[in-house]
Each structure stands twice: as C-alpha cells, then as structure tokens.
Design a protein around this ligand. Sequence first.
Ligand SMILES: Nc1nc2c(c(=O)[nH]1)N[C@H]1C(S)=C(S)[C@@H](COP(=O)(O)OP(=O)(O)OC[C@H]3O[C@@H](n4cnc5c(=O)[nH]c(N)nc54)[C@H](O)[C@@H]3O)O[C@H]1N2
Ligand SMILES: Nc1nc2c(c(=O)[nH]1)N[C@H]1C(S)=C(S)[C@@H](COP(=O)(O)OP(=O)(O)OC[C@H]3O[C@@H](n4cnc5c(=O)[nH]c(N)nc54)[C@H](O)[C@@H]3O)O[C@H]1N2
Ligand SMILES: [Mo]
Length: 672
Amino acid sequence: MSANPPTGLAIRPSACPLDCPDHCSLDVTVADARVVRIAGSRRSPLTRGFICTKVRRFGDRVYGPHRLRQPALRQGAKGAGDFRPVGWDEALDQVAARLRATAEQHGAASILPLSYGGSNGMLSQGTTDARLFRRLGAARLARTVCAAPTGMAMRGLYGKMPGVAFEDYIHAKMIVVWGANPSDSGIHLVPIIRQAQAQGASLVVVDPRRTPLAKQADLHLALRPGTDLPLALALIRWLFAHGGADRAFLEAHTTGAEALGARAETWTLERAAAVCDLDANDIQRFAERYGATSPAVIRSGWGQERNRNGGSATAAILALPAVAGKFGVRGGGFTMSNSSAWKLDAEPLIAAEPPDVPSVNMNRLGRHLLGLAAPKVHALFVYNANPLATLPEQERVRAGLAREDLFTVVFEQVMTDTARYADVVLPATTFLEHRELQKGYGAMSLQEGRPVIAPVGEARPNIEVFADLIRRLGFENKGEAQDATAFAEHLLAPIDAGGIAALARGEVLDPPSGARPVMFVDHGPRTADGKVHLFPQELDAQTPHGLYTYQEDPGSERYPLALISPATRRTISSTLGELHRGRVAVEIHPTDAARRGIANGDAVKVWNALGEVHSLARLSADLRPGVVFLPKGIWSHNTDNGATANALVPATLADLGGGACFNDARVEIARR
Ligand SMILES: Nc1nc2c(c(=O)[nH]1)N[C@H]1C(S)=C(S)[C@@H](COP(=O)(O)OP(=O)(O)OC[C@H]3O[C@@H](n4cnc5c(=O)[nH]c(N)nc54)[C@H](O)[C@@H]3O)O[C@H]1N2
Ligand SMILES: Nc1nc2c(c(=O)[nH]1)N[C@H]1C(S)=C(S)[C@@H](COP(=O)(O)OP(=O)(O)OC[C@H]3O[C@@H](n4cnc5c(=O)[nH]c(N)nc54)[C@H](O)[C@@H]3O)O[C@H]1N2
Ligand SMILES: [Mo]
C-alpha cells in the first residue's frame, strides 16, 4: 500500500497525528528519499506556520538508534531488551500460534489488545485491529486512561457537541483556562489568548501550578488538586444567589437546573475556599466577573479529571456557561474536546460485532496481569501505547510484564520501556511512512497524511499487520476489504468528491458545521431532547456517591503531599521519550523542601505504599505548597531507579467513566 518513495528535493504536505488538540498541518522536506526538515504549514489556520519543537525533531525518531527496523524475538530475560531479528513471516507465525494456543488453553478473553493514543489517526486504530480482536473474541479494552470522565460529563450534559473554536477566543472578553496548560500541551491557543488579552480580555487560570499563562493572568486560583468540584459549585451557587443566572436561557434550553442548584447549595464561598485552600474573595471576584462578562469562554482541560472527583468536577465546570447564559455569541461558551466535529465511522467495514466478553479497565492492567482482577491476562498485544510508562500502579504492571508465562507482543516504532518486556517485537511505520486520516480534538479540521518516505527498515503500518494476522488466524472473510484505501474510502463516504480530492492534495477540510461554529447558533446540544442536561440522571446513577458530590482528599499523615504529573513540552504522552535523556527532577515547593531539609539538586526519594522514585529535587515556587511534581510520560532512563510518577499512582478510579486518578497520588519525600 505504501507509495513509491519520492526522490530529489521536495516539500510534501503532511499532518501531525500525535495525541494533541492542535492537529497541525505540516510541510515535510524530503531530500534523496529522506526527511530532512519538518515545519508547520499555513494550510491550517490554527497551525499558522509554526509547530512545537517535539515534532520538528520527529526525524530523530524516524532514523534514530532506538527505531525498530525489523521484527525480533526475545532471547534474553524479560525487560532486558535482548532480541534477535527475524523475518515478518516467522514473527507473525509465532504470534498467530501463541494467540491460538492461549485461546485454547485459557479462553480468548484472556488475550488483551492494549492500545491508546499513539496515533490519533483513523487508519491506525479501529480498523483491521478491531476486526481481528473481535473475531478472536479477545477481552474488550476499556480505554479509560484519558478523557473518560470528561467525555462522560460532556456527553451527559451536551451530547457530543463541539465547543468554541480556538480561533474565536480572540472575540472573548473573558477567558478561563481551567485545568489546562496549553503553553505545553497545545501551543497554538497561547498566542490567541495573548492577543485577546492585548485587546482587553481578562484571563483567569485555575491550576495548582503557576503555569506560564497563570503568570500572565488577572486572577490565578491555585487550588488544591482535586478540588475543582467545590470551586465550580461555589461559583454556580453564587451565580444563582446573586442574579448571575440567566433564567431565560435556563428555562428555554436546559433541564435539571434545580437539582444542580440543590447539590451546589452547601458550597458557600467560605466552605469552598477552605476545601480548595483559596481566598473566598478571589472566588467571589471570579464569579462576579464571569457573571458580568460576555463573550466569556472556558477552556476546560484534563487536569481536573484525573482524580476521584474528575467527572463531577468537569460536569460542574461545563454547567457554568449554561447557568450564566454565555452561549449564542461568537467567542462564548466552552471548549472541551472538539473530536465530535466530524462523524466518520469505520464500524460497518470492521464487519465484526464486539464479543460478549469481560472488559478490562486499562488503568488496572497490572492487576489483570497479576491475576488480582478477573479476567487474568495470558497474552497481551500492545500497539499505539506504552503502558509501562503511562499506566497507574507501575510496579504491578512491571511485575506482570515480567511473568514468564505471559505472552507479550509489542508493535512499536521504537524500543520503549514496554517493548523491552516483549516476546515478539514488531516494527511499525510512522505517519511519515503510511497513509493516515486525522481529525483534531481542539482544531476541528480534517486532514489526510500521505506517505512522504518509504517505510524505514522493514516497518509496516498497523492496518497491514492486523490484516495479515487475520489471514494467519483464519478469520478472513473471502474478498473483504482490508487495506487503507478501502477504509479511507469508507470513512470519507460522507464527504463529496471535491473534498476528498482536496484532502488528497494535503488541504485542510472544515467540519460540516463550519470552521468556527457558534454554540447555540450554528448548532445545539446533541442530547435526545436537544437541551443541556444540567443534572443527567444516568450520570447521577453511575457516580458512586451521586453526581456533584465531593470526595475528600486521599492524603494522610504518612503521605501528605499531592503528587501531580501533568504534561510537559519535552514529550507527547510518553512518545519521543527516547530522545529525552538525562535525569528528570522532582519539583517541590521551597517551604515543603525546607521542612524536610532538602536543597536544590539533592538526591531524593519520593515514595508511598505503592513504590518509590529516586531522582533529584528541584525547588520551585511555581507549585503551591503541599504539591510535588513529576512529569507525565518520562521513561525509566529518566530516574535513578527506573520508576516514574506512575509507580506512585494508585489504580483507584474517578467518579465517572473508570478514569485514571493520576493526580490522587499522595506521597512523602526525603533526601537519600
Ligand atoms: N503519571 C501520568 N501518567 C499519564 C498521564 C498523566 O497525566 N500522568 N496522562 C495519561 C494520558 S492523558 C494519556 S493520553 C496516556 C497515553 O498513554 P499511551 O497511549 O500509552 O502513551 P503514548 O506515549 O501516546 O504511547 C503511544 C505509543 O504508540 C506508538 N505509536 C505511535 N504511532 C504508532 C503506530 O502507527 N503504530 C504502532 N503500532 N505504534 C504507534 C508510539 O511510538 C508510542 O510509544 O498516558 C497517560 N499517563
Ligand atoms: N507537550 C505535550 N502536549 C500534550 C501532551 C503531552 O504529554 N505533552 N498530552 C496530550 C494529551 S494525551 C492530553 S490528554 C492533553 C492534556 O492537556 P492538558 O489538560 O493541558 O494537560 P495536563 O497535563 O493533563 O494538565 C493540565 C494542567 O492541569 C493542572 N492540574 C493538575 N491537577 C489539577 C487539578 O486537580 N485541578 C486543576 N484545575 N488543574 C490541575 C496541571 O498542573 C496542568 O498545568 O495534552 C495533549 N498535549
Ligand atoms: Mo491524554
């Protein structure tokens, strides 16, 4: 399926499929069939010709020493990373035989396909992989590591409704950045916010850290991690009590306002301030300004979802613009995920129903590998993911991967921490080497990436490898479509011929609702009755203690510090971690450090009952006291003992969607 490699010097259009809201349009310079430069293009109005340093360096991944170029079989101990190269036939025969044997011995539901955000492309996930694992009857994966609580809250209140386009933030008079750090995690929003500020917009940031935008904000609410729910409910209560609620909007467009108000009732400014550790006057200033300003927009991120209150917190944040009537104007409303701007569906072409088998919450992978939760996993097929680096209870995941009787396949671009534990390693192409279709979850555009170079080494695209395994396992239906062309054609069926041709030329397509739809003007909630459900009964039933009910901080005398592990600019989740060498410091507030006799650069250990991380300390006044910080996505080579933040992260689940509680890790820290 791969195109012939281009020769000579050429600039080719491409699109970034990495797990990021911005979904950049790229110009890739190819010389003598090699990528020599990757730059932002102007085709996407959000990219506007610049991209992050990570993707500018993506060529170092493509050609680097960590790149997987050939299939390989393990010859050393699990975790040693000692492999012998073999041909594709031998590797795939081995995979097919072992999967068949596992199914016979333990049942197919003991085989777990584990994938997540490696490629946000629509051809690299949910195509032949889904067909293979469904026909096999493998365990179902609950894809909960990210966006599960926010997704449920969003669907419950608004249905799958896209929010405010980033480009429209320029029209806002007030911008609230809540649990998001776009300076690292989606850089193209930042200059738009700065320009809006220059035109007089006020900026409020809700984040336990003084992020770059918090430093530029009119108001920074540095709350305790996991206390967004009380803050949002206090704002709602205040708006209802002080004439800040838009009764006409609530009447016409919402249900459940009373029930929401009732749950908010106990959250006075003072009570919320005490729980969040904020100044009640600041919360009041926030409420007054929000009530009085339009257009006002809330950029809701994911920082507030990664804890025990994450679902309710997000629901309460998303309720704010409905309560205060902020919709119906350009630049007014909220942005959460815009992934629903396009409805493109590969489902019918997969041609296999999800089997009636147990599902495995990926946040509890370690337990399923160790047989501490059912079903016990006997064969693990990892692709588009790096679970040893990214999932909670890292020591359990590691112990599980080390099991001699576990059969593990890792289908990857580079030798990751997880791949080192594989029995069979399969080399995957990157987006520069295969065809891809992508939509953003911030940017609302749709783009296609055609291969700009030939596959490096013997790497192959996901869609081909899973189709091959379907054949080897005897699950193929005669004559059925199974390649990228067929899946692309099917996915693009709702788009007219002109649009398809434009995509093929590398152009950026706007969604059917328009490039910058205005909420409640160009489109409305996609709930059954078209209204905003401020108190969705189904969410109330699914939360363990009821929707909008606050769960206390899990800290204890023994482990008093809250460890948070948000994204940084060096990696994208754990991707590109092979290029990020050197020790990564644990950040701690100077007050907490002084109390423990820790100085900048000291060797420290951070620990709790789940594990410990050895690294060095960096003092940072940008954290609030009581909070320590280790980045998300670092690899074992970044610490002294090979453990990362996830070694300290519990496998407790958020109140909605089975989401991960990365920021509920509570720890102690000391010099070593
Ligand atoms: N402590 C802590 N941990 C976190 C988080 C946190 O906040 N704190 N955040 C979480 C979040 S938000 C997320 S989304 C998850 C992400 O968790 P993962 O999805 O496990 O992390 P990625 O680094 O995106 O891993 C993707 C892998 O897929 C590979 N890949 C890319 N493209 C392809 C392809 O086409 N084919 C194949 N076969 N492989 C490919 C990449 O090389 C990469 O190693 O991590 C979570 N982990
Ligand atoms: N460079 C880079 N970009 C990325 C990623 C990456 O790893 N690296 N990951 C991508 C992915 S998978 C995702 S899901 C998005 C995530 O994008 P974001 O939501 O922006 O990122 P997070 O890293 O989850 O954290 C956002 C902010 O939440 C704060 N925070 C932590 N706990 C709390 C809390 O309890 N309440 C509040 N209000 N804030 C809190 C953190 O300090 C952080 O500044 O970014 C995407 N973009
Ligand atoms: Mo994510």
